[in-house]
Design a binder for this molecule. Structure first.
Ligand code: ADE
Length: 239
């Protein structure tokens, strides 16, 4: 079986710096997305921008795993910090993912994905360890991530950009171990789980999901997200 790693980001800025690093790339269009197939530092990869939100992430992940037979998936991008001590510029590697806006009560417990029996979907331990190690290496080398702390734990996803303190307080109160909030990871996790394929998710913290989130997010995504994503993914592939 060939192994081909899928590398996915939600926005252009999250994958832009990786695109020029692909050797021998060709592009295929499916479901309105451009899938770039090529070699990254000697590894077969497929790079794609999935779009924002859980449905965009789920569609793209299903195409990657089925049509392109990706053997594993790494998702890279930005997130809002929720956990105490999770600051702008820090890096969060997901150990598990949960949809914070899933609620089929009273039919199923809060957050449980109906008929799966679970609310939390674990990331692959091997890929997560590689992403943590790669993030530490980046921070130690002072490459972009100078002074960044590396966190490993629960990441929550929902179809909402969390941009008020009131909303992030609610999330913290309900899900006290959540480190970060974003809009795709739990969908990727559920689809990878359905296909039985390993995945890892790494997010750099662009904002604190509070009233300043919008401005912080714009600045961070333009200046930092692209090189962070590129260097963490390449360092993880080299391990
Ligand atoms: N991605 C980056 N920041 C975010 C936030 N505050 N809410 C949801 N997704 C995000």
């Amino acid at each position: 079986m060939t192994t081909r790693l899928a590398i996915v980001g939600a926005m252009h800025e999250e994958i832009a710096a990786l695109r020029p690093c692909l050797d021998g790339a060709r592009t295929e269009r499916r479901a309105g997305r451009e899938f770039h197939l090529g070699r990254l530092d000697g590894h077969d990869v497929i790079l794609v921008r999935c779009g924002i939100g859980k449905v965009a992430a789920a569609t793209t992940t299903a195409v990657l795993l089925d049509a392109f037979d990706a053997s594993a998936l790494v998702f890279t991008g930005v997130a809002g910090g929720l956990g105490e001590g999770v600051r702008v510029g820090d890096i969060v590697v997901a150990s598990a993912l949960l949809q914070h806006d899933m609620n089929a009560e009273p039919l199923f417990p809060r957050w449980e994905v109906p008929l799966t029996g679970r609310a939390r979907f674990d990331a692959d331990a091997g890929w997560s360890a590689r992403l943590v190690q790669a993030s530490h290496a980046l921070a130690a080398a002072n490459l972009h991530a100078h002074g960044a702390a590396i966190h490993h734990g629960l990441v929550v996803s929902g179809d909402r950009f969390v941009a008020t303190r009131a909303e992030s307080d609610q999330l913290r109160a309900a899900l006290s171990d959540a480190l970060a909030v974003e809009m795709e990871g739990a969908a990727v996790a559920q689809v990878c789980h359905d296909f039985g394929r390993p995945f890892g998710i790494v997010r750099t913290i662009s904002d604190r999901a509070d009233d300043a989130a919008h401005g912080d997010f714009q600045r961070f995504v333009c200046d930092v997200a692209a090189p962070y994503s590129r260097d963490i993914v390449r360092a993880a592939l080299a391990l």
